[in-house]
Design a protein around this ligand. Structure first.
Ligand code: GTP
Ligand code: MG
Length: 612
């Protein structure tokens, strides 16, 4: 069990924060630094958490072993070289056993690595320098090692959750709020899951360091934004470290020559080659160079992770930071979001592969937006505008393409009346969430967490969720009209189901259980039937840069939707739409010079070469 002590200063006083992590059941609660009983409120920053996780990974290795029973011998062997902080056991889906060992320091780890060897029978393959190793059976008589002074921090630490057990626990909960909290506690990415993700990032970073100078490989997305569940994919970004520590360092006059001209696609291609040759455990390496954001996909077999690596997409990291911060402000945010994501999955609103449907990221923005609304007793979250207004010089961040990602980073500086005003329970919030979106004017309004209020839609795309860090862009632009309609229908169903279920006797479908029930009638076969073709999307379409490939609300579909009764009305509608289209085109031309704007009512679309 590892204990992290943090000494933090606040208003002249020193507070000691102790966080216990690592246990089979332990979730990433180390990221939840505020409890309702905590006084004064104290938040750790995203950068501090990332720094701690990176440091942890730098002093850790992952060793393939025979079984959980190898613990004593491995502990004894390794502790002859260095002091050990903790050992976690897990199995991958192939049933192979691994132990993640965290040493006391990076220097300790170096000592251990010095003793590593290659297998004599593997003369025709090159051993790879990486933190992924295996533990060879001892030759000759067994050495007597010291008995471990610690216990395994986790056994089968990333095993899939036992759904039957979880189901029973959910049935037995006292309240719907308890159910939501339990689902979160049981399914959220745990400490070992987070450690392994940073191990893979560290491994890929060291492979790519042989190609580039001053780079870092950072996890982003649900692996680090606080909304990830066990088994979520690992999004990685290869970035230049162009900051005061490296380039602008006072006195640093020798500067690396650079190879110019290679675009993101070439870098990603080079990274893919390096992964294939040099990253132990990386399999099924797939290049997707012509995407808006070129990526290389691969499976990491030792950790069972599906990984996407992209290049210079710091805005993705800042977006994760923003989501992480908002999630850390109030203890209800993450459980509610995790439940909404689980409900959307069960209702097949989200799918494991991309298409014309909503994905977890925009869905998360919908939850955050809802939590910014003033209910009878107030709101839960502040607007992004508020965080931007309070930012200091230490918060200035500029991502690629001069994208301004500046907002307040230290949540301790946020006045207490800027968040957590509503005292509603999770149950009430969930019902309010569904009711809010049952009545939301999706046809005319866009969702903006910058404003915390609906803003006028700049075009007729069915679902408009403004990208918080680049307000010209719609993060749900891929969503088709039919999928948006389905989202609205499912939201209404859920509101009704939840409300009706509250009065019913507790049974096997009480509370959130009814919401999480898989819709068996919506199988793949049904999806493939005529009439559902709008839900299918070719890979080519997904990675096409052109806005015209976006599932447009066509003139025909709009006419069908509006269903005018007379020819005159049809004509009028066509004229109105043509005018609207003309205006939009005009706006596009006039405003192309902007990159991002803080005025949400001025949202517009521009072509660009990155994620939208
Ligand atoms: P899951 O992988 O589904 O668990 O959630 P996720 O949050 O990791 O989403 P995803 O893997 O699709 O994307 C990873 C991250 O990329 C997100 O958290 C966002 O920060 C960012 N991202 C995803 N989609 C978009 C988009 O449409 N526009 C922008 N700007 N960023 C996006
Ligand atoms: Mg992801």
């Amino acid at each position: 069990m590892s204990v992290i002590f943090q000494t933090l200063r606040n208003k002249g006083k020193t507070y000691l924060f102790k966080k216990i992590i690592n246990s089979t059941q332990s979730t990433c609660k180390c990221f939840q630094f505020r409890k309702s009983s905590d006084t004064p409120k104290k938040f750790i920053s995203f950068e501090e958490v990332v720094a701690q996780r990176r440091a942890e990974a730098k002093r850790s290795i992952v060793v393939q072993v025979n079984s959980e029973a190898s613990f004593s011998e491995l502990y004894g062997y390794c502790s002859e070289y260095a002091a050990i902080n903790g050992i976690h056991h897990y199995k991958n889906s192939a049933g192979e056993n691994f132990m993640l060992i965290e040493f006391k320091s990076e220097e300790d780890l170096k000592e251990v690595l010095k003793s590593c060897t290659t297998h004599q029978k593997d003369m025709d393959v090159m051993a790879l320098n990486s933190p992924f190793l295996w533990f060879r059976a001892a030759k000759g008589p067994k050495t007597k090692y010291l008995q471990p002074s610690i216990k395994l921090a986790s056994v089968n630490g990333i095993d899939k959750i036992d759904e039957d057990k979880l189901f029973k626990e959910l049935v037995d909960c006292e309240t719907v709020s308890d159910q939501i909290q339990l689902l979160y506690d049981r399914t959220t990415l745990n400490d070992l899951g987070a450690r392994l993700r940073y191990m893979v990032a560290r491994q890929i970073e060291s492979v790519l360091k042989s190609l580039y100078a001053n780079i870092a490989v950072r996890p982003f997305g649900s692996s680090v934004n606080g909304f990830g569940k066990m088994g979520c994919d690992l999004d990685l970004v290869l970035t230049n470290i162009v900051n005061e520590d490296t380039c602008l360092q006072a006195g640093a006059r020798l500067v690396y020559q650079a190879a110019g001209g290679a675009g993101a696609a070439r870098h990603v291609g080079a990274a893919a080659d390096a992964l294939e040759l040099r990253a132990a455990g990386a399999a099924r390496v797939t290049r997707i160079p012509h995407a808006r954001v070129p990526i290389v996909k691969f499976a990491h077999t030792y950790t069972d992770l599906d990984c996407d690596l992209c290049y210079n997409n710091m805005s993705g990291v800042y977006m994760s930071e923003l989501l992480w911060q908002l999630g850390s402000l109030d203890v209800r945010v993450r459980p509610l979001t995790v439940l909404v994501r689980a409900w959307a999955r069960a209702a097949r609103l989200t799918q494991p592969h991309p298409g014309r449907w909503i994905t977890n990221f925009p869905l998360t923005l919908m939850v955050l937006f809802f939590l910014q609304q003033k209910t009878s007793d107030g709101f839960v979250l502040p607007t992004l505008k508020n965080l931007v207004k309070r930012a200091g010089t230490e918060d200035i961040r500029v991502a690629e393409d001069n994208l301004n990602c500046t907002f307040l980073r230290d949540m301790n500086k946020l006045p207490a009346d800027c968040y957590g005003q509503s005292t509603a329970s999770l149950q009430t919030l969930l019902l309010q969430f569904f009711e809010f979106y049952s009545q939301f004017n999706f046809q005319d309004k866009a969702i903006s967490i910058n404003e915390g209020a609906p803003v006028r839609k700049p075009n007729s795309l069915p679902l408009y969720i403004i990208n918080p860090l680049e307000q010209a862009l719609n993060v749900s632009r891929n969503v088709s009209f039919e999928e948006c309609e389905r989202l609205i229908t499912e939201v209404r169903n859920a509101a009704w189901q939840l409300d009706a279920g509250l009065d019913r006797q507790k049974g096997e479908d009480w509370g959130i259980l009814a919401l999480l029930e898989q819709r068996s009638t919506r199988g793949l076969k049904k999806l493939l039937r005529v009439g559902n073709s709008h839900r299918l999307v070719s890979v080519k379409d997904l990675f096409n840069d052109s806005d015209t490939r976006v599932p447009q609300d066509t003139l025909k579909s709009k006419l069908e939707r509006l269903a005018p009764k007379t020819d005159k009305e049809v004509e009028q509608t066509v004229v109105q739409m043509k005018e609207q289209l003309g205006k939009e085109k005009e706006k596009k031309v006039q405003r192309l010079k902007f990159k991002n704007t803080s005025i949400a009512s001025e949202v517009f679309r521009i072509r660009r070469d990155k994620i939208v």
